[in-house]
Design a binder for this molecule. Structure first.
Ligand SMILES: [Fe+2]
Ligand SMILES: [Fe+2]
Length: 359
């Protein structure tokens, strides 16, 4: 005889059911299976650079930024997880954005955290944030933090491409919150700061932070000092990684791995919702682990395979791949590889939910 499901053993009388329904109530044992299924199940997946490049080249040819709808003038190609509708993961969004020579992605600001990791850069391609122009050289990371005006201005003679990373699915879908948004009155915000201003304010001497004064923050403000506008030059990051490699032992799961820090605090995470690492993996396969945070990787250089349970994701330069939460994974580079890693771990840490185990 087939075993009965608990729900069948606990059948409710018609009268009880009608009382519950009339009052908008359900018993716990019937709703528990409905938790956690608001979004599709994320898959371990990879987007190859050759395919991304093909797509961004086609879109660039078809769609000038100036003809995009006024609300969101960004020409971006977005990897969509096959288990979902709108992003690579339930919390982290990535996209590949291009700006053609002479184009500007107009100035706006919003509540979501965002950064740019340059794929194919140029000295005369500038992301302008909070009044300063930040040149976008290859693999530079530039923050366009919450509530700061930002526009992207290409004064070079080449198309420039970069990885956009935002916490949009967390804001819109998980929190079902508004991403407060405003367009600037000008296409290009006025440049009011000298080059290097923001870096100079967080390198050694720091501005004296004002603690929250108890006032209700406005729509474009928070209750803690935000992440500053900042450019992490790739040449500096690479030097840090090389020194680490020369002098220290690798992390068993992530190789020689360093986190980008919030320049104001000197500590990770860079954003309250997302953590970012640069990592060198070169000592054979890493050990397998799993965690409840989602990880998205961008391959800065090198080739290899990341094994996510039974799925093998084989990657090369500029590929993007995602490791869903709770799935055991390890990296197997062919020689040396450098990865840029994005995780939503700070969200879990904030609520003391973060877990990680070797597998
Ligand atoms: Fe933006
Ligand atoms: Fe991991």
């Amino acid at each position: 005889m087939a075993q009965q499901e608990p729900e069948e053993l606990l059948e409710l009388s018609e009268e009880t059911r009608s009382v519950l329904e009339r009052n908008g109530l359900r018993p716990l044992w019937e709703v528990e299976d409905d938790f956690g299924h608001v979004f599709g199940d994320m898959e371990a997946e990879i987007w190859k650079w050759a395919d991304l490049k093909d797509a961004i080249d086609h879109i660039e040819a078809d769609v000038p930024i100036a003809e995009l709808p006024p609300g969101f003038q960004r020409r971006v190609t977005v990897p969509i997880n096959s288990g979902m509708d709108n992003a690579i993961s339930n919390t982290i969004y990535v996209g590949v954005q291009t700006v053609s020579p002479g184009e500007t992605a107009p100035s706006h600001r919003h509540g979501a955290n965002a950064l740019r990791f340059t794929i194919d850069g140029h000295e005369d391609m500038k992301t302008v944030v909070a009044g300063e122009e930040f040149p976008m050289l290859d693999n530079d990371l530039i923050t366009t933090p919450q509530w700061e005006w930002h526009d992207h201005v290409n004064d070079s003679d080449q198309t420039v491409a970069w990885l956009d990373v935002l916490d949009l699915p967390l804001v819109f879908d998980s929190l079902n919150a508004e991403n407060v948004f405003e367009n600037h009155e000008f296409e290009r915000q006025p440049v009011t700061k000298t080059p290097g201003y923001w870096d100079s304010q967080y390198r050694g001497l720091r501005p004296t932070e004002e603690e929250w004064d108890g006032e209700i923050p406005g729509p474009f403000d928070g209750i803690r000092p935000p992440t500053p506008p900042f450019r992490f030059r790739w040449s500096d990051c690479l030097e840090t990684l090389r020194q680490k490699e020369e002098n220290d032992t690798p992390d068993p799961f992530d190789g020689y791995s360093m986190s980008y820090v919030n320049p104001a605090s000197g500590r990770r995470p860079l954003f309250p919702t997302m953590d970012f690492r640069a990592q060198v993996v070169n000592d054979g396969p890493t050990e397998a682990h799993k965690h409840n945070a989602t990880e998205v990787f961008f391959v800065v250089e090198g080739e290899g395979t990341t094994h996510v349970e039974d799925t093998a994701l084989s990657w090369g330069n500029n590929d993007i791949f995602v490791v869903p939460p709770g799935k055991g994974h390890h990296h197997e580079p062919d020689g040396e590889a450098i990865l840029f890693a994005i995780t939503d771990r700070p969200v879990f840490e904030a609520f003391n939910f973060y877990t990680e185990t070797a597998v």
